[in-house]
Design a protein around this ligand. Structure first.
Ligand code: GLN
Length: 537
C-alpha cells in the first residue's frame, strides 16, 4: 500500500474565513487530477455531535447516509466531491473525550494517569488516520475547526504537530488560512494579523507549509514577498483567496493560484494530468448565465441565520443551474405569517418551500403557507416538518378536523395526524436518537414522486421522531392527499402529494443533503422546473 498523504488545514485571525470551502476546493482539484481524496473535520466543541445544537449556534446539522449528525462543512465536501461522507469524517472534542473516558472506565489504561497528552492527543491522532488506514484514499485532508490560539484547539494543534513529525518528510503538510484585511482609511492591505497568526502556530511547534490568504482586494507581488519572508514560507506557497461571487468559483481560483500544485510538490507527489473540471465548468457556466428567474419562498423559523438552511440553499443553486434559472430564495419568517398577511407576503413567489424544524414556534405560519400554496396552485415542496405541516393543513382544512396537529406540538389533539414513531416512545435521551440516516422508500406507479425520480425505489436521509399517523391514511387519500412513497419494511409514509395540483409534494426525508454539483437532486430540479412553468403561465 502506498503511503497515505495528509494535509491539515488550520485557521487564524478570525473564524468564518471559509476553511471548509478551501479544503473542499483543494480536494476537488486533487480528485480532478486523479487522486483518491477525502476530507474530514475535527471540531473543538464538547458536544458529542452537533445534533443537539440549535441551528442558531453553528448553522444546519448535516446528516450522512450512516446516520451521523455532523458539521455543515461535510455538506460542502459532498457537494464538491460528489462522494458520501460518514461518521468518521466528523469528530468533536466531546466524542474524543467520551471515547477516552469509556476506555478509562474499562481499565484499558492499566492504572496510568489519563492526560490530555498523550491520551487525548493519541485518540485524536488515531481518528485522524482512520480514513487513511482504510486504503481507500491517497490523500486525506483534515480541517481543524476553530482558530489557532483558542484554548480548546490546543490538543488538535498538538496532535497535528506530532502526526506531521511521525509521518515524516513530505507525508504531512499544514495549510494555514488567514485574513489579510483591507484598511479603507489607509487604502492598504495589512499583513500583520497573518504574521501574528503564523507566529502563534509556530509557538505550538507547527510551521505552516502553505499560506492561504483571504482578501477583498488583489494582493500585490510586493505584499506576497513580504508575507513569504515574514511567515517563513516559499513565495509560491503564498496563495491568495480573493472574495468570489460564488463558492463554486473557488476551485478555479485555487487552480489559478496553484494551490494544488504547491501541495503536491510539498507532498512529493506527481502532478499527474491537469485537473479535469469540464463538468464543473459547465455547471458554473449555467449558473452564471441563467435564462429565467424565479422567486421561491423559504418558510422557516431560523431564517435570520443563512447557515441554518445551508443544504437547501445549495440544492437550489444546483437545481437552478440545471434549469438555467436563477433561483431567488426569499426567506420568510414563519412566526409572522398569518391568514391576514399571507397573500401580501407571498405575492411575488413562484414557489413555496416549507422548511424542516422542531417545536411549536412558527408552525401556524407554516400551515398557513401550505394552505396558500395548495389553494392557489403554487408549486410546493415540504421537507420533514414541512411535509408534516402539509398533512396537518389537509386534515384541518379539507377533512375539517380543526384541531388536527402533531403530538410534538399538541399532545392533547383529538386528531393526531402526525404522531411519535413507535420506536421513539421508549427513548428519553436527546443525542443521536432520532430516526437518522438513509432509509429505503418505495414509490408508487403513476405518481409525481415516481415521475420526479424516474425509478420505483429510492434511498434518502432522515432526521425525525414523528411520522404520518397511518390511522388517517385512508381518509386523507380518499380526500386527495396521496401517499406516493412508503418505507418497504414498516409501511411508514415518506411522501405525500396532491394529484390535482401543478406540483405539490411533501417528503419526510431531507433531499437537500444529497444534492451535489455533479448530481443535482431530482426533487429540487423538478420543483424549480415547476416554478419556471408556473411563472410563464
Ligand atoms: N420535528 C419533526 C420530527 O421530529 C420534524 C423534524 C425535521 O424537520 N427534521 O419529526
Amino acid at each position: 500500500m502506498n503511503q497515505v498523504k495528509y494535509i491539515f488545514v488550520t485557521g487564524g485571525v478570525t473564524s468564518s474565513l471559509g476553511k471548509g470551502i478551501i479544503a473542499a476546493s483543494l480536494a476537488k482539484l486533487l480528485q480532478a487530477r486523479g487522486y483518491r481524496t477525502t476530507i474530514q473535520k475535527f471540531d473543538p466543541y464538547i458536544n458529542v455531535d452537533p445534533g443537539t445544537l440549535n441551528p442558531y449556534e453553528h448553522g444546519e446539522c448535516f446528516v450522512t447516509d450512516d446516520g451521523a449528525e455532523t458539521d455543515l462543512d461535510l455538506g460542502h465536501y459532498e457537494r464538491f466531491l460528489n462522494f458520501p461522507t460518514s461518521q468518521a469524517n466528523n469528530v468533536t472534542t466531546g466524542r474524543v473525550y467520551l471515547s477516552v473516558i469509556e476506555k478509562e472506565r474499562r481499565g484499558e489504561f492499566l492504572g496510568k494517569t489519563v492526560q490530555v497528552v498523550p491520551h487525548i492527543t493519541n485518540e485524536i491522532k488515531e481518528r485522524m488516520q482512520l480514513l487513511g488506514n482504510t486504503g481507500n484514499y491517497d490523500i486525506v485532508i483534515t480541517e481543524i475547526g476553530g482558530t489557532v490560539g483558542d484554548i480548546e484547539s490546543l490538543p488538535y494543534i498538538e496532535s497535528v504537530r506530532q502526526l506531521v513529525w511521525e509521518l515524516g518528510e513530505n507525508n504531512g503538510i499544514v495549510i494555514h488560512l488567514t485574513l489579510v484585511p483591507y484598511l479603507a482609511a489607509a487604502g492598504e492591505l495589512k499583513t500583520k494579523p497573518t504574521q501574528h497568526s503564523v507566529k502563534t502556530l509556530m509557538e505550538s511547534g507547527i510551521k505552516a507549509d502553505i499560506l492561504v490568504c483571504r482578501t477583498e482586494h488583489e494582493i500585490s507581488d510586493e505584499l506576497r514577498n513580504k508575507l513569504a519572508l515574514f511567515c517563513n514560507v516559499k513565495r509560491e506557497a503564498v496563495i491568495q483567496s480573493i472574495d468570489a461571487s460564488t463558492i463554486y468559483e473557488v476551485p478555479n481560483l485555487m487552480l489559478e493560484e496553484g494551490l494544488d500544485v504547491v501541495a503536491l510538490k510539498k507532498l512529493d507527489l506527481p502532478k499527474k494530468s491537469a485537473p479535469d473540471l469540464k463538468n464543473w465548468n459547465v455547471f458554473l457556466h449555467r449558473l452564471k448565465n441563467p435564462k429565467h428567474v424565479v422567486n421561491i419562498g423559504l418558510i422557516g423559523k431560523y431564517v435570520e441565520l443563512q447557515d441554518s438552511y445551508k443544504s437547501i440553499l445549495e440544492a437550489f443553486i444546483h437545481a437552478g443551474a440545471a434549469n438555467e434559472t436563477k433561483v431567488n430564495v426569499v426567506s420568510v419568517h414563519s412566526e409572522y405569517i398569518d391568514a391576514s398577511n399571507v397573500a401580501d407576503k407571498f405575492r411575488d413567489l413562484d414557489g413555496i418551500l416549507v422548511a424542516p424544524g422542531f417545536g411549536e414556534r412558527g408552525i401556524e405560519g407554516k400551515i398557513e403557507a401550505v394552505r396558500y400554496a395548495r389553494e392557489n396552485n403554487i408549486p410546493f415542496l415540504g421537507i420533514c416538518l414541512g411535509m408534516q405541516m402539509a398533512v396537518i393543513e389537509y386534515a384541518r382544512n379539507v377533512l375539517g378536523y380543526k384541531d388536527a396537529n402533531s403530538t410534538e406540538m399538541n399532545g392533547g389533539t383529538s386528531h393526531p395526524v402526525i404522531d411519535l414513531m413507535e420506536e421513539q416512545k421508549s427513548i428519553t435521551d436527546k443525542g443521536g436518537t432520532m430516526r437518522l440516516g438513509a432509509w429505503k422508500c418505495d414509490l408508487k406507479d403513476n405518481t409525481l414522486a415516481q415521475k420526479v425520480y424516474n425509478t420505483n425505489s429510492i434511498l434518502e436521509r432522515h432526521r425525525h421522531r414523528y411520522e404520518f399517523n397511518g390511522d388517517y391514511l385512508e381518509e386523507l387519500e380518499k380526500a386527495g392527499l396521496k401517499a406516493s412513497g412508503t418505507n418497504p419494511d414498516t409501511g411508514l409514509v415518506e411522501i405525500v402529494e396532491i394529484e390535482k395540483h401543478p406540483f405539490f409534494i411533501g417528503v419526510q426525508y431531507h433531499p437537500e443533503y444529497k444534492s451535489t454539483v455533479a448530481n443535482p437532486h431530482p426533487l429540487f430540479v423538478n420543483f424549480v422546473a415547476a416554478t419556471v412553468k408556473a411563472k410563464q403561465k
